[in-house]
Ligand binder design. Structure first.
Ligand code: S6P
Ligand code: ZN
Length: 203
């Protein structure tokens, strides 16, 4: 069942399906394909080839029925598929909250990372099932799947927070998450590093 509740919300319970990270009842479902991620990967040519070659689904966001309005507390489960675009791990678009509010993520399945950037400093949090990542107010955030399985996490955030995607296009995210060609390890490189040229080794 897919519903969208109208505030004020009455107390209710959501059943979490651990096997497939489903929510019941469920609200909006968002699908982000490669074509939705224009301007985000370092290698624009590789991105364009991936769009032309089937435009794969990179991630989905399943929301609870709680709407994004002030004082409510919406939740969503994001599933990022495993994949690489010219060595860069598949990721979410990333955004700032126009209303600077904090947010929490809880790792549910797979292995990912939470990249945070306040315009000057970048931080990386390793995310796996059971880990809570805290996003302080004012930090743009992007999630990355650094494993070989779908990476799933629960997000809980203030309904007034909003999503500013332009901020990330303008300011970047401080770091990029790549798979090192030699070791296969996670390699965090400065944002401006040209595609295909990066230092190796762990951050
Ligand atoms: C909302 C929260 C998440 C993301 C989702 C997709 O504040 O941070 O639900 O929206 O992980 O990421 P993005 O960057 O495409 O919104
Ligand atoms: Zn957010």
């Amino acid at each position: 069942m897919s519903i969208s509740a109208t505030p004020p919300i009455q107390p209710f319970a959501i059943t979490f399906g651990a096997d497939n990270a489903t929510l019941e009842p469920q609200g909006q479902v968002l699908t982000r394909r490669m074509s939705d991620l224009e301007g985000l990967f370092a290698d624009a040519d590789a991105w364009a080839r991936a769009v032309a070659d089937g435009d794969p689904v990179v991630y989905t966001v399943v929301s609870s029925p709680v709407p994004e309005v002030p004082r409510e507390l919406p939740q969503s489960i994001t599933t990022i598929q495993p994949g690489l675009t010219a060595g860069e791990f598949w990721m979410t678009k990333g955004h700032q909250h126009p209303d600077p509010q904090g947010e929490i993520y809880l790792g549910l399945a797979g292995h990912g990372g939470l990249l945070l950037f306040d315009g000057e400093r970048a931080e990386w949090l390793d995310m796996s099932p059971g880990v809570i990542g805290y996003i302080p107010p004012g930090w743009a955030h992007r999630s990355v799947n650094v494993g070989d399985e779908p990476y799933k996490f629960l997000a809980v955030y203030p309904g007034s927070a909003g999503h500013d995607y332009g901020w990330v296009l303008e300011h970047g995210m401080g770091l990029r998450a790549r798979r090192a060609a030699d070791s296969g390890d996670l390699d965090l490189v400065p944002f401006g590093t040209p595609a295909g040229r990066h230092r190796t080794g762990k951050p």
